[in-house]
Design a protein around this ligand. Structure first.
Ligand code: SF4
Ligand code: SF4
Length: 482
């Protein structure tokens, strides 16, 4: 096979074959092969070499014997290797979330955790439906990696905004080739699926070309994300902020949120300036409110795992539609209680650090929020308010350690936008915040690839699909049974 042929075959494999049909490379191997437990940091792994499984250190012999590798998986691996899509496939085992061992079956891990790591009163969150290995902590786990002054971020430096004003990036984007359309009927149906999924989000904006005041939704619309809705004249008395917080969480879930957390609004995460993509307007942001109610909407796994196809783009788009409904309904509820409320999508403040502060999850190598419930399959929105509330504590569930060993998202990225290796303070562009030791994502490469991947309407979620925490097939069991 010539180099050109290999390249062409690899390109095709990076689509559905690589991430869905073949079992999604490593992530999908887990789903499609009952004999393999998998998906833990590649320190403790077996490596499939040619057609045989060879043993690596740290894994007891008796454990190796329990591993069954289905023939079809081996064949798929061979195809991937042949075209250079993968040098080796790592098949891991169930790792202890407390970091002291690797187990061949989920049952063995469960017995270990139950017997060795008795949950303490502070670590157990059963009443909140979370796994016992999720611990509440006093400060967010990103704080360990803050190495400089954290300045507020100007929204115009966010990647989507840059595509409206950054002339250098516009050239990169223009040079990025569009992928050929393989099949017209697939294209029509896929576009229709997307159109339905994003419909509510599209209609969430007003018909006005420009949104006056601060822009609500990032795209510059008003509508459901409107800041101008009146606050009720009668104020609901809040004597117990903790009780009010519980009520808010129930109401938010009633409106459609899958996860809800509350934090004090850290002004570092509020954008220094807003940027209206439609008009190009920019201006200071002054958010005087004390709390953020952070809302997560799950993105459908069956859709996400097809990345970068239409089903994935539609799952993402539907998340945006759900966000607009949940955030706007909750803001209306708070205003009707007589307190101010700003509903936000991706605008106004950075959602991921707020979600971490609110105890919803941790930051992953791929730069996304990982929650114990959905991994990185989250769409995040928030309501900023002065309603008296009790903030949640941040959580940790060993994601910082996990991502130091696991590189699946970096491997899955078609354009190398996710960093392998160690954390760094270096940035790839103005879109990366300074002052943090982390894995910076080259968002320009990422966004330009979305154009190349026009079949799914300029979208991709390979890194979400490849992340082992996305996979309910594995973590669902861990979540409910450990
Ligand atoms: S970083 Fe961007 S291009 Fe790379 S896998 Fe993730 S979404 Fe796709
Ligand atoms: S974020 Fe990346 S490195 Fe971390 S667990 Fe997910 S796939 Fe692995």
């Amino acid at each position: 096979m010539s180099e050109e042929q290999k390249e062409e075959k690899f390109k095709k494999l990076t689509r559905r074959e690589l991430l869905a049909g073949t079992g999604g490379f490593v992530a999908g191997v887990a789903v499609g092969s009952g004999g393999i437990s998998l998906l833990l940091p590649p320190k403790e792994v077996e490596v499939i070499k040619e057609v045989e499984v060879i043993k690596k250190v740290e894994v007891p012999v008796e454990v190796i014997k329990e591993v069954e590798v289905p023939v079809e998986v081996i064949k798929e691996v061979e195809v991937l290797k042949e075209v250079g899509a993968v040098k080796e496939v790592e098949i891991s085992k169930f790792v202890c979330p407390y970091g002291d061992g690797t187990f061949s079956t989920l049952g063995a891990l469960r017995v270990h955790v139950d017997s060795v790591h008795q949950p303490t009163p502070t670590s157990i969150r059963e009443s909140e439906g979370r796994p016992t290995y999720v611990n509440k902590v006093d400060r967010p786990t990103y704080e360990d990696f803050v190495v400089g002054t954290i300045e507020q971020f100007d929204q115009k430096n966010e990647m989507f905004c840059r595509s409206f004003w950054d002339e250098e990036y516009k050239k990169v984007f223009a040079a990025s080739p569009a992928r050929e359309v393989f099949d017209e009927s697939t294209e029509i149906e896929g576009q229709a699926l997307m159109a339905g999924a994003i419909y509510v989000d599209d209609k969430a904006g007003s018909d006005q070309p420009y949104y006056y005041g601060y822009n609500g939704h990032k795209m510059g619309f008003g509508g459901l994300y409107d800041w101008e809705e009146p606050v009720g004249e009668q104020k609901f008395p809040v004597s117990d902020p903790a009780e009010m917080s519980e009520r808010i969480k129930k109401v938010a879930k009633f409106y459609g949120a899958d996860l809800v957390g509350i934090c004090e609004l850290d002004q570092r995460w509020v954008y220094s300036k807003y940027f209206d993509s439609l008009s190009g307007a920019s201006g200071e942001l002054d958010i005087p409110y004390k709390y953020a109610i952070v809302l997560v909407v799950e993105m459908d796994w069956e859709g996400i795992r097809t990345s970068p196809e239409y089903e994935q783009a539609a799952a993402t788009a539907l998340g945006y539609s759900n966000m607009s409904e949940v955030a706007s309904s909750l803001a209306k509820y708070v205003r009707s209680l007589g307190y101010p409320a700003i509903p936000c999508g991706n605008d106004t403040a950075q959602s991921i650090p707020l979600a971490i502060d609110a105890g919803l999850g941790e930051l992953g190598r791929h730069g996304l929020l990982i929650t114990p419930e959905f991994g990185p399959r989250n769409r995040i929105c928030k309501v900023l308010t002065d309603l008296p509330l009790k903030p949640d504590k941040p959580i940790e569930f060993r994601i910082q350690k996990f991502c130091e060993s696991c590189i699946l998202c970096a491997k899955s990225c078609p354009v190398g936008a996710i960093k392998f290796g160690e954390r760094t303070t270096e940035t790839t562009s103005v879109s990366n915040r300074e002052g943090l030791l982390r894995w910076p994502v080259d968002v320009a490469k990422c966004h330009a690839f979305w154009k190349t991947n026009t079949m799914s309407l300029k979208s991709c979620a390979n890194c979400i699909a490849a992340c082992p925490w996305s996979d309910m097939g594995i973590r669902g069991e861990v979540k409910y049974n450990l």
